[in-house]
Design a protein around this ligand. Structure first.
Ligand SMILES: Cc1cc2nc3c(=O)[nH]c(=O)nc-3n(C[C@H](O)[C@H](O)[C@H](O)COP(=O)(O)OP(=O)(O)OC[C@H]3O[C@@H](n4cnc5c(N)ncnc54)[C@H](O)[C@@H]3O)c2cc1C
Length: 394
């Protein structure tokens, strides 16, 4: 029996190695269009490869997999993050879990993962054919099983041959990007991080929380990256032009009002500008005071009137900007969309239209936020396919 793996990336290698472990007599060949395999693994996580997550802070998979969470939940019964962690350690890649629950190789170097895959491929005599772009199944007639692990394709060109075979395609658009915001006043805050914010697209339920970083082109940081993932399709459909509401404290208006009243009661004689009742940097606090109260930003706490408080609460909890485009986030980007989950068997990831053709990794309409969730999707889907082929092929 012979299996062709189309794409020498994370999912392709994980699949090939696991298939050989399950079915040693299977002949497995990886076809990679470029001269180098595992290129994304190499640059991933800033060169350290955030290969999974402990999921300790994940209560609902839909928060980390905006597309594909139901399927991921099902497939986690087959192979989850704990299985991935154990797999890497068993295969000679000790891992560490950071305080933020992201998991990296102990070596802090993505090369550890690459070396593991390449040595396993050698050990199992997996054939690696680089410089081989596959564009049709006719090129793979010798094989009993074909697995497509061609990764994300934000412009869709890599999906055309798969659409021609009859698969439904969820239109691909980029995910995990930062926002361009044309607001000259923001430049005074360049480089600042607000530690606990929430951001949302007004009029929608799309909302994310976490640190927010002001950049020289707009906004970045975990809250923005998460929102870019949740809103990937909406933002693409509107040419990356949408309003953005920032809650600088990630607190409700009621709570903020109570904290402001408390500051009035405790420090009536102090100036607003010298007493910052929130854990905001002094520069951000001054910016928000100026923005909400203008010339009254210099008054004392006991001089605040009702209108001032309303303005201040509004800017702290609902500071509105205009997204004017997207910018690349160099540490990670993925494709939202791909092979529709309607076109595949959800237990085996086999195509519903072409028997013995399977999909794994980012080519599927599954994608996650940053934090190791995208590689976990690659490991989970690849292992599922290896098991499904093993069950059929033996
Ligand atoms: C800069 C960057 C950093 C990232 N960091 C992280 C991280 O730290 N943690 C995380 O979880 N995720 C990260 N990701 C996302 C993660 O890399 C991907 O989700 C993951 O690589 C997907 O694996 P894959 O095997 O499906 O696709 P890929 O790794 O993209 O592999 C697909 C392979 O198929 C090949 N190919 C494509 N078409 C053909 C064809 N027709 N014929 C033959 N070969 C073909 C490609 O050349 C490629 O080598 C990062 C992404 C980027 C861009």
């Amino acid at each position: 029996m012979k299996t062709a793996v189309v794409g020498g990336g994370a999912a392709g290698f994980f699949l090939a190695v696991n298939l050989k472990e399950l079915v040693p007599e299977m002949e497995v060949s990886i076809f990679e269009r470029s001269q180098h395999v595992l290129a994304k693994v190499k640059v991933s996580g800033g060169g350290r490869c955030n290969c999974t997550n402990s999921f300790a802070n994940v209560r609902d998979l839909s928060a980390v997999y905006p597309r594909g969470h139901r399927l991921m939940k099902r497939l986690f019964n087959v192979f989850d993050h704990e299985d991935a962690y154990a797999w890497f350690e068993r295969h000679g890649v000790p891992l560490v879990t950071q305080a933020d629950e992201c998991v990296f190789p102990e070596a802090q170097d993505s090369q550890a993962v690459i070396d593991c895959f390449l040595s396993q491929a050698r050990r199992h005599h997996i054939k690696i054919c680089t410089g081989r772009k596959i564009s049709s199944l006719a090129e793979l007639l010798d094989f009993d099983f074909v697995v497509v692990t061609t990764g994300g394709s934000p412009k869709g060109e890599g999906l055309r041959w798969l659409a021609d075979l009859g698969h439904e395609i969820a239109p691909p658009v980029p995910s995990l990007f930062t926002f361009n915001i044309a607001d000259p006043s923001l430049t005074s805050l360049m480089g600042f991080v607000a530690e606990q914010t929430s951001v949302m697209i007004p009029g929608t339920r799309l909302r994310a929380s976490g640190p927010l970083l002001i950049t020289h082109w707009g906004m970045s940081g975990p809250a923005i990256l998460k929102l870019s993932s949740y809103a990937a399709r909406l933002l693409a459909d509107s040419q990356y032009r949408q309003p953005l509401s920032v809650n600088w404290l990630d607190k409700s208006e009621e709570v903020v009002r109570a904290l402001l009243s408390d500051a009035v009661a405790r420090h009536p004689q102090k100036k607003l500008s010298t007493l910052n009742p929130f854990e905001l940097s002094q520069r951000l606090w001054s910016y928000l005071l100026e923005k909400s109260l203008m010339e009254r930003a210099q008054v004392r706490w006991d001089e605040l009137n009702k209108k001032d408080i309303n303005r201040l609460v509004n800017v702290l909890c609902n500071d509105t900007y205009q997204i004017a485009g997207r910018a690349a986030f160099k540490d990670e980007f993925v494709t939202c969309g791909g092979i529709s989950l309607q076109s595949i068997n959800s237990a085996t990831l086999e195509s519903k239209v072409v028997p013995r053709l399977y999909f794994a990794g980012e080519v599927l309409d599954i994608d996650g936020i940053t934090g190791g969730f995208n590689f976990q999707a690659a490991w989970t889907t690849a292992f599922t396919v290896a098991s499904a082929i093993a069950a059929k092929g033996v």
